[in-house]
Design a protein around this ligand. Structure first.
Ligand code: C5P
Length: 217
């Protein structure tokens, strides 16, 4: 059979938002569509990789030829990622909620005369940092994303050190760019060694193909 650039390699991708329940009918979420992460999974499968896509709640179809694990919360996403290891390459494109409601009641919170309930939050696990900092079974190539609205490159440089990943794909998601939920993306690739590459604005599918080609080198 034809040798493809990622043949024989296992690529793990996270994608989409997470939903963090407040009660059985309400949750905290964010505006991630999962388009970029799903496009990366599809491009990696097309490049011959065995692909596991751990996805939060999205309305996108499953990419062809990809094993999809659906999760809802950050904690479920971490569990699914750990279960999917080992991987040769891990790409963390999900917009994981930083916080979740500290208390989850199994009854719907009722409106009452005492006014709005307090919404106490607690920190979620950082999936990217947890995996990138593993001493055993760390994927040889760990890629993070940075969605920023200001000082995109400076924040991404700080993030690569803090998280312990090898590469950060940074994008400007301020509302005016239309990146969140849109079909196009403008990204910067930032390496551990401080290297910076800025790509022109292009479709998320094209960003995915180029990124996958890069990861296969
Ligand atoms: O810290 P920040 O959320 O900006 O970092 C973004 C990167 O970290 C993305 O790659 C995202 O998928 C990952 N991340 C994660 N788990 C979290 C928060 C972020 O994997 N709880």
């Amino acid at each position: 059979p034809e040798e493809k650039p990622l043949s024989g390699r296992h690529l793990l991708v996270t994608s989409g938002p997470t939903h963090e329940p407040i009660d059985p009918v309400r949750y905290l979420a964010n505006r991630s569509s999962g388009k970029q992460g799903h496009a990366i999974a599809a491009a990696a499968a097309a490049a011959g990789a065995r692909v596991t896509l751990v996805s939060g709640p999205v309305t996108l179809p499953d990419p062809p030829g990809v094993a999809v694990v659906r999760v809802e919360t950050a904690r479920e996403m971490l569990e699914a990622v750990e279960a999917a290891l080992p991987a040769d390459i891990a790409v963390f494109a999900a917009a994981v909620a930083d916080w979740r409601p500290a208390a989850f009641g199994d009854q719907k919170i009722k409106k009452g005369p005492e006014g709005p309930p307090p919404l106490a939050l607690t920190e979620n696990p950082d999936i990217l940092a947890t995996i990138a900092r593993r001493t055993e079974g760390r994927p040889p190539l760990v890629v993070g994303f940075a969605a920023e609205t200001t000082d995109v490159i400076a924040h991404a440089r700080a993030k690569i050190a803090r998280k312990g990943c090898d590469l950060i794909v940074a994008n400007d998601v301020s509302a005016a760019t239309g990146v969140m939920g849109g079909d196009r993306n403008s990204v910067h690739l930032i390496g551990r060694d401080g290297s910076l590459e800025t790509w022109p604005t292009m479709g998320k599918d094209e960003v995915a193909r180029r990124l996958v080609a890069r990861l296969g080198q």
